[in-house]
Design a protein around this ligand. Structure first.
Ligand SMILES: NC(=O)c1ccc[n+]([C@@H]2O[C@H](COP(=O)([O-])OP(=O)(O)OC[C@H]3O[C@@H](n4cnc5c(N)ncnc54)[C@H](OP(=O)(O)O)[C@@H]3O)[C@@H](O)[C@H]2O)c1
Length: 182
């Protein structure tokens, strides 16, 4: 079982523009292989922050299907939230550790071992701070924004271990890092 911060970022370390726009992902040559499907097939539970959830809701409001039909989702927020029909999503707040324990139980019940921390960066750092993050898989787009929502908003304070680097196209590189044991 691994808890993985899996996301895409610009070359200069942004998940999205300040207005949450992620169209930079479409402005570079697309990956030559599908790395998402083998990743999500191993995921048994998902966590995300409120802004990321609201992005997903806008996607659904635009007429797209709920993208996680087989996954329970924990949304970190201090606000009331709407849940689309058919979605298994619940709001949580505060300490990530008890939520992680719930996610582990759900993943074990699903038979899919991994937990996906979908972002944003501060939420991923909260899991890291709690000693509950095992890996980072960052698909870096050949694009710069100069400002926006950060991949990580602060130093993690120690080096990560680079496990692999793969060129997926001239537009994307996948970097896989392991969080070293303390
Ligand atoms: N490039 C990609 O592949 C990718 C992937 C993921 C996300 N994104 C985008 O990146 C952006 C991320 O936005 P973001 O940096 O603002 O991060 P975010 O984590 O999505 O949202 C931040 C919000 O999450 C809530 N939150 C975080 N930790 C909490 C805790 N422990 N307890 C309660 N609430 C907590 C707070 O919401 P409240 O206001 O409710 O307090 C906080 O303001 C979004 O635009 C998203 O769509 C892009």
């Amino acid at each position: 079982m691994s808890t993985i911060y899996y996301t895409a970022s610009t070359l200069d370390g942004f998940l999205a523009a300040a207005d949450d726009d992620i169209s930079f992902l479409d402005r570079v040559p697309q990956p030559s292989e599908d790395t998402y499907t083998p990743f999500i097939e191993r995921v048994g539970a998902v966590a995300m922050g409120r802004a990321t959830y609201e992005f997903v809701l806008r996607h659904v409001d635009a007429g797209n299907a709920w993208p996680y039909p087989q996954h329970p989702v924990w949304v970190f927020t201090h606000r009331d939230m709407l849940v689309p029909v058919g979605a298994d999503a619940r709001s949580v707040r505060g300490d990530v550790a008890p939520v992680h324990a719930e996610m582990v139980t759900a993943a074990q019940q699903s038979g899919k071992p991994d937990l996906w921390i979908a972002g944003g960066g501060d939420l991923a750092a909260q899991f890291y701070d709690a000693g509950l993050l095992d890996e980072l898989v960052i698909t870096v787009a050949s694009w710069t924004l100069g400002t926006g929502k950060p991949l990580l908003p602060r130093s993690l304070g120690r080096p990560l271990e680079l496990m692999s680097v793969r060129a997926l196209s001239t537009g994307f590189a996948e970097l896989r890092y392991k969080v070293p044991t303390a």
